[in-house]
Design a protein around this ligand. Structure first.
Ligand SMILES: NC(=O)c1ccc[n+]([C@@H]2O[C@H](COP(=O)([O-])OP(=O)(O)OC[C@H]3O[C@@H](n4cnc5c(N)ncnc54)[C@H](O)[C@@H]3O)[C@@H](O)[C@H]2O)c1
Length: 141
């Protein structure tokens, strides 16, 4: 992963295990990283622990199932950094539960979080690549 210095990335679910690792690697590459997560505590810890040489991810508290909040956050990022070149659609939610004990509400929540940000992608907010982390990998631009 080289040649991405100066690009702007928005990473959802940035406070979780995979999101945190993605943010760290992107920051190492000189990518401007906006780290979005619903959980403020994980974002605080991410800001403390991510980055070197004075660089770190910019934390944004965001519920990605709230479409208006997503639109506002994207507009804020674009007005501050000029564009969003890379979206990492990584936020997810799950609880290890036997399938037969799950409910429609459970699956509604799982699916809502996985697909939420792609609606923004359809609205052409993202100028470059979208990477979806949800058990599979999707890239398009
Ligand atoms: N860890 C695995 O083995 C594994 C396997 C397959 C797929 N995945 C997928 O990879 C992604 C990341 O996994 P992980 O292990 O880092 O999970 P994680 O639970 O550590 O992190 C997920 C993050 O998403 C955030 N989040 C949840 N709902 C949100 C919302 N509405 N708005 C914004 N942020 C929200 C959580 O606060 C959390 O920080 C998920 O989409 C997960 O489904 C993980």
């Amino acid at each position: 992963m080289r040649g991405l210095e100066g690009r702007v990335a928005l990473v959802t679910g940035a406070g979780g295990g995979i999101g945190r690792a993605i943010c760290s690697r992107f920051v190492e590459e000189g990518i401007t990283v906006v780290a979005a997560d619903i959980d403020e505590g994980s974002l605080r810890s991410l800001s403390r622990n991510t980055g070197s040489a004075g660089r770190s991810a910019y934390p944004v508290r965001l519920d990605i199932t709230d479409f208006t909040a997503v639109q506002n956050a994207v507009m804020d990022v674009v007005s501050r950094f000029g564009s969003i070149d890379i979206l990492v659609n990584n936020a997810g939610w799950d609880v290890a539960t036997p399938f037969v004990e799950t409910t429609p509400d459970f699956w509604d929540k799982v699916i809502a979080i996985i697909i939420a940000f792609l609606a923004s992608d359809d609205a052409n907010f993202i100028t470059g690549q979208t990477i979806s982390v949800s058990g599979g990998l999707t890239m398009h631009g």
